[in-house]
Write a protein that binds this ligand. Structure first.
Ligand SMILES: CC(C)(COP(=O)(O)OP(=O)(O)OC[C@H]1O[C@@H](n2cnc3c(N)ncnc32)[C@H](O)[C@@H]1OP(=O)(O)O)[C@@H](O)C(=O)NCCC(=O)NCCS
Length: 167
C-alpha cells in the first residue's frame, strides 16, 4: 500500500453489519496469539465502540475499539491493521480515532494491554503497572488461560480535550 492510498482511507465509526468483517480482521491476529479472539456476535453487541478504516471500496483495513471500565477510564482494545496496510501510520490513526471517541464520551484516561510495546511507545503511551486497572484484571485476566504466564505489557495515556478539538 502506498502513502497515497493511505490518504484515501476513511476512518469512521463501525456500522451494524460490519461485525463479521471486523471479526475476520481481528481473528487473523488472534490465531497468531497477538490479540484476543472475538466472535462476530460479541463485536455486534459492542459495535458502537468500534472504529474502522475503510478504503474507497468499503473494505475494512483497520479497526480499534474503546472499552469503558468506569466513567473516567477506558481501554484502547482490538487494534488491528491488515497486514498489507501496516507501516503507513494507520495504526497510529486508528488509535487517535479511538482516543477522540474517548474524549467525546468524557473519558480522559486510556490504557492498553499489548504484545506490541514498541508500537504503543512510538505513539506516546507510557508503560505502567497493570495493577492500576483492577477492573480489567477482574473482567478479562482472571478468566484467561495464560494469566500465570502473561507477557502483555500495560500502557496508558492521559488525554487532553484540546487534542480532540485539533484533530
Ligand atoms: C501493531 C499494529 C496495530 C501497528 O499498526 P501500523 O499501522 O503498522 O503502525 P503505524 O504505521 O501507525 O506505526 C506507528 C509507529 O509505531 C511503530 N511501530 C508499529 N509497529 C511496530 C512494531 N511491531 N515494532 C516497533 N515499532 C512499531 C512505527 O515504526 C511507527 O513509529 P514512528 O511514527 O516513530 O515511525 C499492527 O502491526 C497490527 O495490527 N499488528 C497485529 C495486531 C496487533 O498486534 N495489534 C495490537 C494489539 S494491542
Amino acid at each position: 500500500m502506498t502513502t497515497t492510498e493511505h490518504e484515501h482511507l476513511l476512518i469512521r465509526r463501525a456500522r451494524e453489519g460490519e461485525a463479521e468483517e471486523i471479526a475476520r480482521l481481528n481473528n487473523v491476529f488472534a490465531a497468531e496469539h497477538l490479540m484476543l479472539r472475538r466472535t462476530p456476535e460479541q463485536i455486534a453487541l459492542d459495535i458502537d465502540d468500534y472504529l474502522v478504516a475503510v478504503n474507497p471500496w468499503g473494505r475494512i483495513l483497520a479497526c480499534g475499539a474503546l472499552k469503558e471500565y468506569s466513567p473516567s477510564v477506558a481501554e484502547v482494545a482490538a487494534v488491528a491493521v491488515a497486514r498489507e496496510a501496516q507501516g503507513n501510520g494507520l495504526g497510529r490513526d486508528i488509535v487517535a480515532a479511538v482516543e477522540a471517541l474517548a474524549i467525546k464520551r468524557g473519558v480522559l484516561h486510556v490504557f492498553a494491554l499489548t504484545l506490541q510495546p514498541a508500537f504503543f511507545e512510538a505513539i506516546g503511551y507510557q508503560r505502567v503497572d497493570r495493577a492500576r486497572y483492577p477492573e480489567k484484571i477482574r473482567r478479562d485476566c482472571l478468566g484467561c488461560a495464560r494469566r500465570f504466564a502473561c507477557n502483555e505489557t500495560c500502557f496508558a495515556k492521559q488525554l487532553h480535550i484540546d487534542a480532540a478539538l485539533a484533530a
